[in-house]
Write a new protein. Structure first.
Length: 172
């Protein structure tokens, strides 16, 4: 009976090996060219690059990089079982059984994020230039008509001198 209690005690102490050895959070680095961009994660965290965020190992997320004058970029970050996680899982099965395995799976201790660090290269956001309007041929000029200056002829006076006699006298 003592042996059974001893084995159960050892199993209880060594259960969840990865949780104890590797922890449940991980620092995920974010590098960007150009530096100084904001990174926001789909799980609500954020910082200005270059930076590192502490993230729960059981969380997958999307990192969104943004900087004024550049096209935003999104990079998915997933989790994968690590070599140490496999060994810890095997240790859990041998020593801790289902309880240790369940604890490590629930906390994500046997995982690591990939890619880590998360690196990106932002492309400049070059505004598209408006397409030039096709040049039109200049409209033909309307012919200008010049009207000659009007000159007025002097109004004939009623009296014309013809020699010594006036025309007025002739008309009467």
């Amino acid at each position: 009976m003592r042996r059974v209690l001893f084995v159960l005690a050892i199993a209880g102490l060594t259960g969840a090996c990865a949780t104890v050895l590797r922890g449940t959070t991980e620092g995920v680095g974010f590098n960007l060219s150009p530096s100084g961009a904001e990174v926001h994660t789909s799980n609500g965290l954020g910082c200005v690059t270059p930076c590192t965020l502490t993230i729960n190992k059981n969380e997958e997320f999307i990192a969104t990089f943004e900087k004024q004058g550049f096209i935003p970029q999104q990079i998915p970050v997933s989790r994968q079982v690590v070599g140490g996680g496999v060994a810890a899982t095997a240790g859990n099965i041998i020593a801790g059984g289902i309880i240790g395995l369940g604890v490590d799976a629930a906390t994500g201790a046997g995982y690591e994020h990939t890619p880590n660090p998360v690196s990106a290269l932002l492309q400049p956001d070059v505004p598209s230039l408006p397409s030039p309007e096709p040049r039109r041929a200049p409209a033909p000029k309307k012919p200008t008509t010049t009207t000659p200056a009007m000159t007025t002829a002097p109004t004939p006076s009623k009296t014309y001198l013809l020699g010594s006699r006036s025309l007025a006298a002739c008309m009467s």
